[in-house]
Design a protein around this ligand. Structure first.
Ligand SMILES: [Zn+2]
Length: 332
């Protein structure tokens, strides 16, 4: 009986993730790992010691969606429901509640505001020297920041369902990066930077992602002109249901036409995660994180970290088998 219940639960989880995912598992894990390499020396050992846990848990907020009905709207914001101009939407939660009412925000998405709520919790966890809480909020906040950088998380036409482009969500954030990632540049010279106005910073990312939407949709239309439906789509039977997917052939041409948008947003996500982790640490009074570790940061750890940072700088993390997300079969 228990086994049957577990199997049913797995099925519900799998279908939920499949239908309403966010940056695919691959990109969430990658962004979170890259952010660790951008941290200052005082923070890096703590995050490095938890690297496997960080990447394993990077999709945890998505898994929560199947059992918590309040979870989904923390991952996106339907900009058009608030204003046709993203710039006119207030940066702060208080101003947004005053303008739109809390119920409306909880219904149509509030990812940028939720990132700030997570940041406040991370600051408190850091102030209270609680290793487990620090990791919990650091991971969750990273996930929501990464989602805020996905163009299709900023629109009510989130899966192209209003423009005859259903499936574009997974095409953009999962299928295309899965095909392209070995050719991506995963290094950029950004180092974690203090955010004097975190609300403004996360909104800047949301507005940038939202501004990419016309190209996300138009490129799909343009590429489609050269593809008959039989080559453009494949029908997949999954979890007892049929889904229409864009083919890898289409995704490869689509990604090439969009270049370097997805790679760029992946990097922007990683950079902003590093900035938010760093800002939280500074706001918490720069606690000694290394002292909190249950297991010591050894010389061997220091050597391994240095090796990874070098691979990061040379953009050889995948080639050197050091990117956790691409170890094993990473196609969803
Ligand atoms: Zn998500």
């Amino acid at each position: 009986m228990k086994t049957l219940f577990f199997l049913r639960l797995c099925l519900v989880l799998a279908v939920t993730l499949f239908i309403c995912g966010s940056w695919g598992f691959l990109v969430h894990k990658t962004c979170t790992q890259l952010a660790v390499y951008e941290l200052p020396a005082d923070m890096q050992p703590f995050f490095y010691k938890h690297l496997q846990y960080l990447t394993d848990s990077a999709i945890r907020p998505d898994l929560r969606r199947s059992r918590d009905t309040t979870e989904a709207t923390k991952h996106f914001i339907d900009i058009e429901k608030y204003n046709t101009d993203a710039a006119a939407i207030p940066d702060t939660w208080a101003d947004a509640v005053a303008k739109y009412q809390k119920d409306t925000l909880l219904k149509y998405g509030y990812v940028p505001y939720y990132v700030i709520m997570m940041k406040d919790r991370l600051v408190n966890a850091m102030k209270s020297d609680n290793e487990d809480s620090i990791m919990f909020y650091a991971i969750d906040m990273a996930h929501y920041i990464e989602d805020a950088n996905v163009p299709l998380h900023t629109t009510m036409n989130y899966d192209g369902q209003l423009t005859g482009q259903r499936g574009i969500h997974a095409l953009w954030e999962s299928v295309t990066p899965e095909i392209e990632i070995t050719g991506y540049n995963l290094y950029n010279s950004h180092t974690a930077t203090y955010l004097t106005n975190p609300q403004q910073a996360i909104w800047k990312a949301v507005r940038k992602a939202n501004g990419l939407l016309p190209a996300v949709f138009a490129t799909e239309k343009e590429v489609s002109k050269h593809f008959p439906d039989t080559v453009k789509y494949k029908v997949v039977l999954k979890y007892g249901k049929t889904f229409k997917y864009y083919t890898d052939t289409f995704a490869a041409v689509y990604g090439n036409a969009l270049k370097p948008t997805i790679n760029g947003q992946l990097i922007n996500s990683a950079n902003l995660v590093a900035d938010f982790w760093y800002t939280s640490w500074v706001d918490a009074g720069k606690p000694n994180l290394t002292r909190l570790l249950h297991s010591r940061f050894s010389r061997e750890n220091a050597r391994d970290l240095e090796k990874q940072v070098n691979s990061f700088k040379n953009n050889t993390l995948i080639k050197d088998s050091l990117l956790n997300a691409t170890k094993g079969n990473f196609r969803e």
